[in-house]
Design a protein around this ligand. Structure first.
Ligand SMILES: NC(=O)c1ccc[n+]([C@@H]2O[C@H](COP(=O)([O-])OP(=O)(O)OC[C@H]3O[C@@H](n4cnc5c(N)ncnc54)[C@H](OP(=O)(O)O)[C@@H]3O)[C@@H](O)[C@H]2O)c1
Length: 289
């Protein structure tokens, strides 16, 4: 059962099923479950099923994660109508190019056991490939096989290159983003172009939970540092996909709708920004493609 909580002010009615409206009017749940590094089989099946039981409706996987079959099994075994779920998968680097991407999409769809995907992303901006890959995503979108298409790990210069001869502007850019890595330029570029920003590693894999401001706010609101960070995402209109295989932590990550950070507290969390030094993953221009 999902809680709906009415908060005072502009941010009314936030809940686990709150959505962000993409520029093509598709509604994307603002909190999802990431499944990177979950083993295919029992681990991912149980994690996805428990998240769905808790009320999560958005699951983020990728062909690279090797667990699409398990995600599909969990979806099948849950009683939730397909249209109530939002499933993302991604085309991996060695699957890019026009024809290869169309084939990769069919493989993902088969493994997931679905007949459409909600959001299909280019996982990384592989130089010399991603514009052709985008053309394949546009075809999949026009053919009705995906509800929305987007990119991941794209910096403004990648987006500019892609958009130069794209018919469709990406609906989403999924990037590493957390209080220690703000990605301000990319966020501004996305905002100016109607592209929804989605945070991967929103918790920075737990690396910075000890920051005094997070601990202090956690104490004040009787929450955990993880919940303070996810609330910061919410109040910054960032879609977040924390990963947890543990049901209690999944519940905790979804229990962020009964408090609101003040503007001043948000600014204090913003001060944790380390820019490039805050990255936990590769820089898109330095990735070993
Ligand atoms: N597009 C890309 O290139 C890209 C790259 C990386 C990730 N992603 C996506 O983003 C998702 C999330 O990123 P991530 O998995 O790297 O990192 P994350 O969500 O920032 O952190 C996950 C880690 O934090 C732990 N954790 C989760 N909730 C917690 C809580 N409430 N308290 C304490 N620890 C907690 C998890 O352990 P337990 O599981 O034991 O709870 C796990 O070790 C991925 O699963 C994937 O779907 C995308």
């Amino acid at each position: 059962m999902c809680k709906i909580l009415i908060l005072e002010g502009e941010r009314s009615v936030l809940s686990l099923t709150s959505t962000a409206k993409l520029h093509n009017d598709v509604e994307m749940p603002r909190l999802g479950l990431g499944v990177y590094k979950m083993e295919d089989g029992k681990e991912v099946v149980e994690a996805v099923k428990s998240a769905i039981e808790l009320g999560y409706r958005h699951i983020d996987t990728a062909s690279f994660y090797g667990n699409e079959e398990g995600v599909g099994k969990a979806i099948k075994e849950s009683d939730i109508p397909r249209e109530d779920l939002f499933i993302t998968t991604k085309v991996w680097n060695d699957e890019q190019g026009y024809e290869n991407t169309l084939e990769a999409f069919d493989r993902s769809l088969n493994k997931l056991g679905l007949d459409y995907i909600d959001l299909y992303l280019i996982h990384w901006p592989v130089p010399g490939k991603f514009t052709d890959t985008w053309k394949a995503l546009e075809k999949l979108y026009k053919d009705g096989k995906v509800k929305a298409i987007g990119v991941s790990n794209f910096l403004p210069h990648h987006l500019e290159e892609l958009m130069k001869d794209a018919e469709i502007t990406p609906m989403v850019n999924q990037i590493e983003l957390h209080p220690e890595l703000h990605q301000q330029q990319t966020r501004e570029f996305c905002a100016a172009n109607g592209i929804q920003v989605e945070a991967w590693s929103p918790l920075a894999k737990g690396k910075y939970f000890d920051a005094p401001v997070l601990k202090e706010l956690a104490e004040k609101y009787e929450k955990t540092p993880a919940q303070i960070i996810l609330r910061w995402d919410f109040q910054n209109d960032i879609v977040a996909i924390p990963k947890s295989t543990n049901k209690d932590r999944q519940q905790q990550n979804a229990d962020i709708f009964d408090f609101e950070l003040t503007e001043e507290e948000i600014k204090r969390i913003d001060e944790l920004n380390l820019d490039e030094k805050g990255r936990t993953g590769p820089h898109p221009d330095e990735f070993d493609y």
